[in-house]
Design a protein around this ligand. Structure first.
Ligand code: HEM
Length: 238
């Protein structure tokens, strides 16, 4: 392939990575807000609230479209990420005018591929655990009868029991905590880098975007990580 065509396709891939990555940041905010309902005390109707919410998320047409966009974004982001990691590795060190890994890049930016792979593995396990059970759950799953008499998978009980399991609950919480650390580092570089790839690059806003990215990279994964530990250690047993 001619060098300019390679560059062009590499730039296009960076653009799409940034676009899908920032879209996935929006997904993370929505998903976090939904999941924070898992912190509601059991005695205050958490099971009803979470299952009705899950039913709404699974059936509302606008949310369904957003869900499909999320799946597509994860696929595109992962495939482009693998492609870019391999291409960059082959091009180094000639691809960079002054490539001094230890001085001009932070650890996260040099390990986006590894971090992305850990996150992809997490998403695969996570989808199997909850989303898979919701969509293709077995018949002996506990069921929940909704306000309009519909029988659905009891996603609340499934989620809480996963993290309250006496044998594996804490192990799952630690796996989730470790994965959130990987997401945090990935976002620490990815958030502001995404804006730069989309051409949002102005001395007036760059500092703000970088700080917003750091805050996002710390607060969002931390809030996600708290949930499984809270369910294991603090929430009343169901
Ligand atoms: C404490 C952490 C988390 C918990 C307890 C949790 C729980 C759940 C549950 C119960 C579902 C199925 C119901 C639903 O669609 O809302 C789900 C779906 C999903 N989760 Fe999570 N989640 C967590 C963190 C994450 C993170 C960090 C990511 C991404 C990196 C993620 C990605 C997804 C995706 C892509 C779906 C499918 C969404 C859809 O169908 O629209 N989750 N999660």
């Amino acid at each position: 392939m001619a060098k300019s065509a390679l560059l062009k396709s590499s730039l296009a891939k960076k653009y799409w990575m940034a676009f899908t990555g920032l879209f996935l940041c929006l997904f993370l905010i929505g998903h976090l807000l939904g999941n924070l309902q898992l912190l509601i005390p059991v005695s205050e109707g958490a099971r009803d609230q979470f299952n009705e919410y899950a039913l709404f998320m699974a059936t509302n047409p606008a949310v369904k479209i957003l869900s499909y966009l999320t799946y597509i974004s994860i696929l595109f982001h992962a495939i482009d990420g693998i492609w870019l990691t391999i291409t960059n590795r082959r091009a180094r060190p000639q691809g960079y005018v002054s490539f001094k890994p230890s001085t001009n890049t932070i650890w996260a930016s040099r390990n986006m591929g590894v971090l992305g792979t850990i996150i992809l593995a997490f998403i695969a396990v996570h989808l199997y655990q909850f989303w898979g059970q919701l969509k293709f759950g077995s018949l002996d799953d506990s069921l929940y009868t909704t306000a309009n008499d519909q029988e659905v998978t009891d996603l609340y009980t499934l989620t809480i029991q996963t993290f309250q399991d006496p044998q594996y609950g804490l192990i799952w919480a630690i796996i989730y905590g470790f994965s959130m650390l990987a997401i945090g580092f990935h976002l620490y570089h990815g958030f502001s880098s995404g804006f730069q790839s989309l051409g949002v690059n102005h001395p007036k806003y760059n500092g703000f975007i970088r700080k917003l990215g750091y805050a996002f990279a710390i607060l969002v994964p931390l809030a996600f990580a708290v949930i499984p530990f809270y369910i294991y250690f603090i929430l009343e047993k169901i």
